[in-house]
Unconditional design. Structure first.
Length: 456
C-alpha cells in the first residue's frame, strides 16, 4: 500500500478529528441539557458565602464578620452563612449589640448554623443566631446560657421568641431547639442547612439553593448554587489565636521564663529574642481578654521570687513564694473565664520543672570549672553563701553549689567551709575551723594501714 507523505498524514488526522467533534457536538450538548439540574445551572444562581466563627468572639472576629457582610452584598451573594462555634465574647455588650444589629439588618440574608457536632453557641455569641434570618443546629451541638439580651425586648422583640427565657440560663440540643421553634430548618450538616433553605423568603427575596431531582431512591434535593468559603487572613488568624485564654497564658509564661533564663546566660541569645516575642504576643492576648491586673502582677512577682533562688543555686524560701504566687495567679488570671486542667498542668508543671531543675543546673554549668569529674573538689575550701543548717549553698571556685553539713554543727553564711565529699550535685561540707583533723582522720581510716594516706 502506498503511504501518504508525513505532512499529508498529519493533515488527514487533524481533519478526521475535527469532523468527529463537529458530529458529536450536538449530541453532547443535548446530553448536558438533559443532565442539568432543575431550577437552572449553578452559574445562573447567585452564590452562597460561608464564614467560620470559632472561639471567643473578639475584635478580630467582629471585624471579620463586618467585612463578610459587606463582601456578600457587593459580590452578589444571595445568602451569608455563619458557621458558629463559640462559648462567648470578650468584647463589650455594646460591640456585640452593634454586630447583632448589622446581622439583622444586613443587605444579604444571614443564616447561622451551630455546628459541627459538639459545637457550642453560648452567651452573647449564641444570641447572634436569634437575630439572623435563619438558624440551624447540628446534632450534638448546644445553644443557650445567653444571659441578658443584647437589645431591649420591648423594642426588638425576644431573640428566640417564646423560648428566649428558657435559654437565658440553660442550654438545649438540636432536637429540643427544633421542637421549641428555635431553628428554622433541619440541618445535620452545613450542606443540609444550605440546601434546606431553598424556597425560603426574606422580604422580596426567595432563596434558590437546591432543586429536586428524581433518583432510583426517589426524589432528592441537590444543590444548584456555588458555595464560597472565606477564612480569616493569616495575620488575623494569628492574633485571634493569641487572644484565646490558654494560648495567651502559656505565651506569657514562656516569655517570662525565657527572659529569666536569659539573665543567667552570657550575652543576648535566641532565648531572649524568643522570650521577648512570646511576651509581646502574650500581653496582646491578655489585653484582649478580661484579665485581672492583680493576677498579672502576681505572675511577675513569682518570676522574681524564682530568680532569687536560681541565683543562690538551691530551692529555698523564695521558691515557695514563687510557686504559691504562680499557682494563685494561674487560677485567678481571667475574670469570668477558666483555664482547663491540661493548660494549668502544662503551665505550672513546666515552670516548676524549669525553676527547680533546669535553671540551677544551667547556672552551675555556666560558672563551674570545665573539668572531667568533680573529685578534685574534695578538700577544697570555699565560702557559705547561705546558712548550711543542715542544707544551704556554698561557693567553690567561683561556682555556687547546693550543700549540706556533714555534722550537726551549722555553718553560717560567710564562714569558710571545706568539701568533704560529693553526692550527685550536692556537696557535703564542714567548717574550716575544727573540721580539718576530723576530715584527715576519716580519710586515714578509710584508706587503712600501710596506704599512702596513712599518717603512720
Amino acid at each position: 500500500m502506498r503511504r501518504l507523505p508525513t505532512g499529508r498524514r498529519y493533515a488527514a488526522a487533524v481533519a478526521l478529528v475535527m469532523s468527529a467533534l463537529v458530529l458529536l457536538a450536538p449530541a453532547r450538548a443535548a446530553a448536558q441539557a438533559d443532565d442539568a439540574p432543575a431550577g437552572g445551572a449553578a452559574a445562573d444562581v447567585a452564590p452562597v458565602d460561608v464564614i467560620e466563627v470559632s472561639g471567643l468572639v473578639d475584635r478580630v472576629l467582629v471585624d471579620f464578620i463586618d467585612r463578610a457582610l459587606d463582601a456578600a452584598a457587593d459580590d452578589g451573594a444571595q445568602l451569608l452563612v455563619i458557621q458558629l462555634n463559640s462559648k462567648g465574647a470578650v468584647v463589650s455588650d455594646q460591640v456585640m449589640a452593634e454586630l447583632a444589629f448589622r446581622i439583622s439588618s444586613a443587605r444579604v440574608p444571614v443564616g447561622v448554623w451551630v455546628g459541627p457536632s459538639g459545637a457550642r453557641a453560648l452567651g452573647p455569641a449564641g444570641q447572634l443566631a436569634g437575630y439572623a434570618a435563619f438558624a440551624g443546629m447540628a446534632p450534638g451541638s448546644r445553644l443557650g446560657d445567653l444571659g441578658e439580651p443584647l437589645f431591649p425586648e420591648d423594642v426588638f422583640g425576644p431573640a428566640f421568641g417564646d423560648a428566649t427565657d428558657q435559654l437565658r440560663d440553660r442550654t438545649i440540643g438540636a432536637s429540643e431547639a427544633e421542637r421549641l421553634g428555635v431553628v428554622d430548618v433541619d440541618a445535620p450538616t452545613l450542606g443540609d442547612f444550605i440546601v434546606n433553605l431553598d424556597g425560603e423568603r426574606v422580604g422580596d427575596t426567595t432563596l434558590e439553593t437546591a432543586a429536586v431531582v428524581q433518583t432510583d431512591d426517589g426524589p432528592r434535593r441537590e444543590p444548584v448554587t456555588q458555595v464560597r468559603f472565606y477564612a480569616l487572613p493569616l495575620v488575623d488568624q494569628l492574633f485571634h489565636t493569641v487572644a484565646s485564654p490558654p494560648v495567651a497564658y502559656l505565651l506569657l509564661t514562656i516569655g517570662l521564663v525565657l527572659i529569666v533564663f536569659e539573665f543567667f546566660t552570657a550575652g543576648i541569645g535566641i532565648a531572649g529574642v524568643t522570650g521577648a516575642l512570646a511576651l509581646v504576643l502574650g500581653c496582646y492576648g491578655l489585653a484582649a481578654l478580661p484579665t485581672r491586673p492583680a493576677a498579672f502582677a502576681l505572675l511577675l512577682v513569682s518570676m522574681v521570687a524564682f530568680a532569687i533562688d536560681v541565683q543562690t543555686g538551691v530551692p529555698r524560701f523564695w521558691t515557695f513564694v514563687g510557686t504559691a504566687a504562680y499557682v494563685g495567679a494561674s487560677l485567678t488570671l481571667y475574670d469570668g473565664l477558666t483555664l482547663s486542667w491540661i493548660t494549668l498542668l502544662a503551665g505550672i508543671g513546666g515552670v516548676l520543672l524549669m525553676m527547680l531543675a533546669g535553671m540551677p543546673a544551667m547556672v552551675r554549668t555556666r560558672f563551674a570549672t570545665p573539668t572531667i569529674g568533680r573529685e578534685w573538689m574534695v578538700g577544697q575550701l570555699g565560702d557559705a553563701v547561705a546558712d548550711v543548717d543542715p542544707d544551704g549553698v556554698v561557693r567553690i571556685s567561683d561556682a555556687t553549689w547546693p550543700a549540706r553539713t556533714n555534722r550537726a554543727t551549722p555553718i553560717k553564711a560567710g564562714e569558710r567551709v571545706r568539701v568533704v565529699s560529693i553526692e550527685g550535685t550536692v556537696l557535703e561540707v564542714e567548717p574550716e575551723e575544727g573540721g580539718a583533723r576530723d576530715h584527715r582522720e576519716r580519710r586515714a581510716r578509710s584508706a587503712g594501714p600501710g596506704s599512702a594516706s596513712d599518717p603512720t
